[in-house]
Design a protein around this ligand. Sequence first.
Ligand code: R5P
Length: 300
Amino acid sequence: CGCMTLPSDAAFARSFSDALGIACTEARVRRFPDGELEVQWHPGAMPHTAVVVASLAATQTDSLHDRLMQLVFGIHQLKTAGVERCIGVVPYLGYARSDTKTAPTDMVGLQIVMRHLHYAGMDALLTVDVHTPAALHNAFTGSAWSVNAVPPMAKALYAHLPAQVPLSVCAPDVGAWKRARAWAGALSTPARGAVELAMVHKQRIRPDAVTHDAFTGDVEGRTVVVVDDMISTGGTMAQAVRTCYEHGAHAVWAAATHGLLVDPAPVRLAEVGVKGVLIADTIPDDRTVNTPLAERLHVV
Ligand code: R5P
């Protein structure tokens, strides 16, 4: 078994391969003047099973679609070179939100991405906190697992929360309600007592803008943790943080597994006075350096 990775994911892949005690090999990616890509693995003995580590998110150097093609080409090359079994470790799975048709002509991006990866030779997939686990299982014919990042993230956040202030966990929309319950369970301890639940009823008015029409739960005088699977443009999280402060919250944290943090998320979150932002290391690089959010960002 060997770990194989794309260049931008090398740091994450090495911590993964160290934990497993297996060798890690980095692909060489060449870009031609016309934009075409070439992915090459170091020639030599190929493992029977390759664990291919690559997050499907844009980086500072590559678009999401470049990264997708690199993964498709990389897996295809491994299978061509004699690898028997390819397990994709894709901590952030781009297009996971495109999982349902709301009109007959809609596309389901997740299905198309999963078909390409399966066709290339990916036999199984491990990801983290996918948007809708059931949709992933429907979209991929091989085995797929979504690892739950809430317990380690809650453990990391717990130390930052003042013990004497009561705690609420807030879902920024209906879709995050189950996640909020999981977070509340993970943050409840005999010392701190029960954690209250709250929810913002979100309305998306544009792809990068949201508003809300109702709020339920008690956040007055409390430390609040708003929890979601991802922060993209920050509209959902910023709206929820603002709403919690409007309802009397003492201090509001944001916790989301995937910190895409595309513009203007860092500014939006800083402007609403978020106390701190906790994300997991599922996205290869940190785009918040030199932003107003930098000092408030914690990566697990
Ligand atoms: C939506 O259902 C997701 O769980 C997130 O709430 C959403 O994708 C976050 O996007 P943004 O940060 O752009 O509001």
